[in-house]
Design a protein around this ligand. Sequence first.
Ligand code: BGC
Length: 445
Amino acid sequence: MSYTMIAFIAALGGLLFGYDTGVISGALPFLKDEFQLDPLMLGSLTSSALAGAAIGATVAGGLADKYGRKPVILIVAVIFFTGAIISAIATVLSVLVIGRILVGIGIGVASMLTPLYLAETAPPAQRGALVSLNQLMITVGILVSYLVGYLLAQGNGWRWMLGLGALPGLVLFVGMLPLPESPRWLAGMGRTEEARDMLLVLRRNHQAADEELHQLRSDLQREERVKRMAHLKESRLDRPMIIGVGLAIFQQVTGINTVIYFAPTIFKAAGLGSTSATILATAGIGAVNVLMTLVAIKLIDNAGRRALLLTGLAGMTVSLVVLGLGFMMGAEGGGALGWVTALSLAAYVGFFAIGLGPVFWLLIAEIFPLATRGRGTSAATFANWASNLVVALTFLLLIDSIGPPSTFFLYAALSVVAFIFTYRLVPETKGKTLEQIEADWETVA
Ligand code: BGC
């Protein structure tokens, strides 16, 4: 099996993530009628998956460090499958909430382990592109969920919308069975022979496998030395943790999911009154997200992580300011100004898709030292889902209290802070092996 094939199968974890991120907005109006939900219950239902994801992200890293990456991914596929089926057949609210929490746990675990597995198995020169297949699948999942939501928008359609999520769960499980365990994790556990076998499966070339194993071994020896120098170990860990958790928070508090979850609401507020215009605009947003992620994949191993992050953040800031100004000048009236608003929203999503979207997930899989990679990635992923939850809970409140212009200006201001943070702290990792990235922290400290 070629490595690209392996990467595509593992990246199905991203498809689960994306599909379920997007599908709830299409299902919500029907769930509201079926279960007679008041706004508070609606909010809790939406948040249950996000809270589940935060829980999943917290436990995943420790488990993956202890038992390996592959068994945990297999378990996740089962949890996800079960949660999707339970949600689809639920007849009372409590069962639906349990289903959604299970799905959430699945997404939370998949969101951290998919990039981690890809980063640990990919050849360094293409690691950026291959890990970003995860983000590509996320965006494809979101787009598919919008389309499914549109096609099934009647009566009991919500059961199919939620149940269809079981399908990628099943494919992930079956596809993952023959894939190799991460050689880096095996080597870290002292299982060097198995690590070599897996490298051979991945590289299909004895010399390349031996060279990589040699590199891994010397890295592990260096790590042992470093561990004995406790203070150095501490400072080596602090820096990646600040960067990982910081980027996790910035990825969410700059507002992306207000668009992904509430695009139709924003478009209505911007005066795109007719349902068809709103649907068209929302599908357009989903398509821009996929296309610009493809552009990022093309550039990420050449232009590098920093250039994409900084360009993306600058573009997001400008688009958000234009968006806020559009609302300030009365976009609600519709017409040309309404479309300016829609276009700036599309530009904002496009800039997210070439920067913070893929680069955040890539960096948190790259920057932590092997010994704590699972736990470090977990902490950053937890911070990401917790911030996602906070933004989802506060967005509509902000729109009601301070109004759309100030809300978008606030996200613009946070994008500026994210730009400065990135400029000052985020290292360039393109082309380096994970072991070189790890060694570089010693010089930083
Ligand atoms: C983010 C998600 C977001 C998605 C949009 C991901 O990188 O983590 O919160 O919904 O991108 O494409």
